[in-house]
Design a protein around this ligand. Structure first.
Ligand SMILES: NC(=O)C1=CN([C@@H]2O[C@H](COP(=O)(O)OP(=O)(O)OC[C@H]3O[C@@H](n4cnc5c(N)ncnc54)[C@H](OP(=O)(O)O)[C@@H]3O)[C@@H](O)[C@H]2O)[C@@H](O)CC1
Ligand SMILES: [K+]
Length: 499
């Protein structure tokens, strides 16, 4: 199954296109119900009690199909319908007509008596917050502690944003169709889904490609072909030279974390550019990484006269204020690839327009911005269309469009977005990756990949994934210093897979 993600409207289009191509909607629904049946059958012995809760639309229709097929397999199935049976329309009405068992009202069923619950209340058609009977039912499902298999999306979760609309079913497993939806990866939706399975209901790859809008799950097939593989004939100067700007004497560690990550990610050479009064602190801790003194923006400009520095990283430990903004502006005019993190971003709080100018002056080199949620909100506070965008995916995409940079909007569900509209949602970051200095390492990996000539979007997406993978491989107890040391294992697996 491909990595594309389908928004609600895109999924509806894919359904409609498949139907127009000759597969009746009722057939799609039958396949959807059959996939749910198979998922339930893998979890429940025949004879066990299954409660199917159906909603008023086609998600409910999938539930009617599953109820019929589960009963035919010998399960004790009871079914409740939210709303009026006579109001069912289209394929859902046809599926309901084939269910010959009783249809209960939700208020009359003992939710906790079920061995497993099938949640077929709402899917991609959820249009507003749950209230009244629907809300009460969802709360009873969650209070029951029963296993829940959700059809398509746990009811109450918005498929595009992953937001909880009033309340949402906490599923143990979710069966979705054709491709995952953003809500299966974005928080909080992801944690409501349990495990997620994608069932093939006959929507072709070509149809998905025609309907999807360049949003993907972040995984190696998206960028593995772009990962630079060192060659015997190459030498370190061919693998780029990253310059990482250090903070003052009491704030040097972040830059060194980033610099080491850049080197581990494969940059040929890495130099720390240090304020003169921090040189001795940096010198005491650096070995393979080189060190150059740098006095303010003029000093950075002089260093950048050396064309071999092809990537610049500014932000970790830099300090918030005009001095850092000046460094960024100097870097911008020099057509080098740029990674801006932390304080470099906050120094442009409310001034995304200023940053856009810097990005434009780097062209055609790539610029990657790596804000966490707080830095993002501060940077774009004057850009209504960004901060008011309805989903994290939209926010990152609009931020990329506004600045012209690749934006990495960090979190447990980091979104990477390019100005051309491509976006990826990351899902491999373990909880223990949220540790001091982790962001500095991420920025360093991105700089290391850019140094080797990767494009901005691929470098950013690969860096985010490698960062998560390194943390997962290391395991709990991780501190940021560990991440770079695990990168060789991550890289050799990636390169092994390309061989
Ligand atoms: N052929 C296909 O397209 C296929 C589709 N498939 C399946 O269909 C699902 C999409 O079906 P769908 O479009 O009918 O939407 P669905 O999620 O059932 O909800 C709509 C209903 O809910 C209601 N409603 C909404 N919000 C509400 C609220 N807060 N509180 C109360 N009511 C609310 C809304 O009412 P209205 O807003 O109109 O008043 C309407 O009645 C999809 O997820 C997949 O499972 C598969 O079978 C494959 C083939
Ligand atoms: K559902």
């Amino acid at each position: 199954m491909g990595l594309e993600l389908l928004l609600n409207a895109e999924m509806r289009r894919a359904d409609a296109m498949t139907i127009a191509d000759g597969t009746p909607g009722r057939t799609l629904m039958e396949r959807a119900g059959a996939a749910v049946t198979a998922a339930v059958a893998r979890r429940c012995a025949a004879g066990e009690r299954v409660l199917v809760l159906c909603g008023p639309g086609n998600n409910g229709g999938d539930g009617f199909v599953a109820a019929r097929l589960l009963a035919a397999r010998g399960h004790q199935v009871s079914l409740a319908l939210l709303g009026d049976g006579a109001a069912l329309r289209g394929d859902a009405a046809l599926a309901a007509a084939e269910w010959t068992g009783p249809v209960a009202a939700p208020g009359s069923v003992a939710v906790e008596a079920a061995g497993l619950i099938v949640d077929a209340l709402f899917g991609t058609g959820l249009g507003r917050d749950l209230d009244g009977e629907a809300l009460a039912l969802v709360e009873r499902i969650n209070a029951s502690g029963r296993r829940v298999v959700a059809v398509d999306i746990p009811s109450g979760i918005n498929g595009d944003s992953g937001a909880v609309c009033g309340a949402a079913v906490r599923a143990t497993h979710t069966v979705t169709f054709a491709r995952r939806k953003p809500a299966h990866l974005l928080l909080p939706g992801r944690v409501y889904c349990g495990t997620v399975e994608v069932a093939d209901i006959g929507i072709t790859d070509a149809t998905v490609a025609a309907c999807a809008s360049d949003a993907f799950a972040n995984a190696p097939p998206l960028w593995r072909g772009h990962i630079p593989v060192p060659s015997i004939e190459g030498h370190k100067y061919k693998r780029g030279h990253a310059l990482v700007v250090s903070g003052g004497p009491t704030a040097t560690g972040a830059a060194r974390l980033a610099a080491r990550a850049a080197l581990r990610a494969g940059a040929g050479l890495v130099t720390v550019a240090s304020p003169p009064d921090a040189v001795m602190v940096n010198a005491a801790h650096l070995t393979a990484i080189m060190l150059r003194p740098m006095e303010g923006a003029a000093g950075l400009a002089r260093l950048l006269d050396d064309r071999r520095f092809n990537v610049l990283l500014i932000g970790p430990g830099a300090g918030v204020g005009q001095a850092t903004a000046d460094l960024v502006a100097i870097a911008g005019g020099r057509q080098r690839s740029l990674v801006l993190d932390a304080d470099a971003l906050t120094s442009f709080a409310g001034n995304a327009a200023g940053l856009r100018q810097v990005v434009a002056s780097c062209h055609p080199a790539a610029v990657i911005l790596t804000p966490h949620g707080g830095e993002f909100a501060a940077l774009f506070k004057a850009e209504d269309e960004v901060v008011r965008a309805p989903t994290k995916l939209d926010q990152a995409r609009r931020a990329a469009a506004v600045t012209g940079a690749v934006v990495v909007l960090k979190g447990a569900d980091t979104v990477i977005a390019a100005p051309d509209g491509r976006a990826a949602i990351n899902e491999n970051a373990p909880a223990w990756l949220g540790t001091a200095g982790s962001g500095d390492v991420l920025a360093g990996i991105a700089a290391g990949l850019l140094a080797q000539g990767m494009n901005g979007f691929e470098a950013a997406a690969a860096a985010v994934w490698m960062h998560g993978e390194a943390a997962t491989m290391f395991g709990p107890g991780l501190i940021s210093e560990d991440l770079a040391e695990v990168l060789p294992k991550v890289l050799s697996r990636l390169m092994g897979a390309t061989a």
